[in-house]
Design a protein. Structure first.
Length: 555
């Protein structure tokens, strides 16, 4: 975690004054109704990171109060994501449904205190009576029901004697409060829907605002860290716990993560999936943790990103280039450099013996002295990138051209003598000669040549599929558009099945990350890549725009 932020200042003061007897207990409370995204990763790193720093605890708690939208697959994916990020909740896996009985008892207590009542108004009428930011709310005609009648009706709600939406339980606070959340909020609604964990035991379910504070209290959380949209809900959080006389954690709000060229709304991400704008929740273009993992991001790079952006009270948008910088910085140190030609152009070296081949030793990663070396096969037929040759090059083209000499990285100098075309006039192959005295990529006279090219030996080359991913949206803030889907980048994915790579990639393990020399960082796809048939996803390009921005601002 980054050093110094307002949340740590609060905790440090609490420890100094002995407010919680030196305890620090946090929680990460996802709703199991979707897949986690990079914004959740920030919260995970914050809550678990603070617990680790202060030798405290962090619970993993599922707020499973809405069985209509919750599924076991979401619970499983959330646990996988939190664990993958490197955090361990040990035996502290809790569910709101663990406390349904106690929540019901708390609701009964509030009814007995005259602080809650059963309301017959429809959802639409409750919204209408609630008022606006400029107009006070109106009291429900059922607000002054007697205690015994409310207790009887609430028990009948629990026993399933009413239909969905027929009645609700509301807190009795103040309909003229300037805070709309305090205008008699709904505490319980009727849902005749089986719950993934409790089955048909309950047909009434607590609303999030009522359940959340009770869960925190029951688990004796000290610091309930929430995103900024819950700031206006804090008075209600406090009201419930004060009226019930329960352990009262401190709710602290911080700004949620917004990242450029992305949407981080579960609803909007769900639309992308359901409308097949992407291939699923783990599509490498998605900002979900599963999508980032499949794209090739590491847990360490995401934790580093969360640390760099820190926490603040004001909403802002983080440049996605910073996230790219974090993974690029890590992979520069850890990823092997390999040769892959994404648009192959064949070269026949006419003065190289047909029956000869040789091997060149190359570094795996010059940034990692322990990474070792490997051998690259060289022969009469090789591939280079098509863009590395121009038949009529402009003045500042410093690669191969007719009559021009270029260096093959770690191998020889070659000179283009002939261009062979097919019947349509497209370049089919090049005929070149090599300089035997330039083995290793240099000559005794150290003459200057036009650029250094990467290459692949044709015999033994591996055919690979490469997926070039770009940003999913063309607009920096798609949420500002009338319809965010109109901002989808039509070029966010390009698939090339005709790429060639060195033989070392033939049986690469799915999930292994490498740098394609001169192209960028790639991962062997964890779902589709098979031995002998590798499929690579581009993680990021080699160009680091964020580092350049930081360097420029600091200069």
């Amino acid at each position: 975690m980054s050093t110094g932020n307002f949340i740590k200042d609060i905790i440090n003061e609490d420890i100094r004054t002995g407010r919680w007897y030196g305890r620090v207990a946090t929680r990460f409370p996802p709703e199991p109704n979707g897949f986690l995204h990079i914004g959740h990763a920030k919260s995970i790193c914050l809550n678990f990171g603070i617990a680790e720093q202060y030798s405290g605890i962090c619970n993993l708690r599922f707020d499973d109060t809405n069985p209509v939208k919750e599924e076991q697959k979401y619970i499983d994916s959330i646990k996988e994501d939190v664990s993958w990020l490197g955090f361990d909740w040990k035996d502290r896996e809790y569910y709101a449904s663990d406390y349904f009985g106690r929540m019901y008892e708390c609701a009964v207590k509030l009814i007995k205190k005259g602080k809650a009542y059963v309301d017959d108004l429809s959802q639409e009428k409750i919204k209408e009576f609630r008022g606006t930011f400029t107009e006070p709310g109106k009291k429900s005609p059922f607000r002054d029901r007697g205690t015994e009648e409310n207790l009887e009706l609430f028990e009948k709600m629990k026993n399933g004697e009413f239909k969905d939406g027929e009645k609700v339980l509301r807190a009795k606070i103040e309909m003229t409060s300037p805070n709309l959340n305090m205008r008699d909020p709904v505490m319980y609604r009727i849902l005749h829907t089986a719950h993934p964990r409790t089955g048909n035991e309950w047909c009434i379910y607590p609303m999030y605002d009522f359940a959340h504070c009770l869960e925190d209290s029951i688990e004796e959380i000290t610091h309930s860290i929430c995103t900024l949209e819950f700031e206006d809900h804090r008075p209600l959080y406090d009201w419930f716990l004060e009226e019930l006389g329960l352990h009262h954690p401190q709710q602290i709000e911080f700004a949620r993560l917004n990242i450029s060229y992305n949407v981080l709304s579960k609803r909007k991400l769900g639309l992308l999936v359901s409308e097949k704008k992407v291939e699923g929740w783990d599509d490498p273009r998605m900002p979900t943790i599963s999508g980032l993992r499949r794209r090739g991001y590491t847990a360490a790079s995401i934790r580093d990103f969360a640390s760099r952006i820190g926490v603040a009270k004001a909403n802002s948008t983080v440049d996605t280039a910073l996230l790219e910088h974090c993974i690029r910085e890590e992979l520069n140190k850890t990823a092997d450099r390999v040769f892959a030609v994404l648009d192959p152009l064949k070269i026949i070296i006419t003065n190289y013996p047909e029956d000869k081949s040789e091997y060149f030793e190359v570094e795996n990663n010059p940034e990692d002295s322990a990474s070792g070396t490997r051998e690259l096969k060289f022969g009469r037929e090789i591939y280079i990138e098509r863009e590395d040759f121009m038949e009529a090059p402009p003045k500042k083209f410093f690669r191969l051209a007719p009559g021009r000499e270029s260096r093959l990285k770690s191998a020889y100098y070659i000179k283009c003598n002939e261009v062979v075309k097919d019947s349509s006039g497209s370049i089919k192959e090049l005929r070149c000669t090599y300089d035997p005295e330039s083995r290793g990529g240099d000559t005794p006279d150290r003459r200057k040549v036009s650029g250094t090219l990467h290459w692949i030996c044709a015999p033994g080359a591996v055919n690979i599929t490469v997926r070039q991913y770009d940003r999913l949206f063309t607009r920096e803030n798609p949420d500002e558009a009338e319809d965010f889907r109109l901002c989808i980048n039509p070029d966010s994915l390009a698939v090339n099945k005709e790429c060639m790579a060195e033989s070392s990639l033939k049986d690469i393990e799915p999930g292994k990350r490498v740098q394609f020399f001169r192209h960028g960082y790639y991962i062997a796809d964890i779902k589709d890549s098979k031995k002998g048939k590798p499929v690579f996803n581009r993680i990021v390009s080699l160009k680091d725009t964020w580092a350049k921005i930081v360097k420029k601002e600091g200069s």
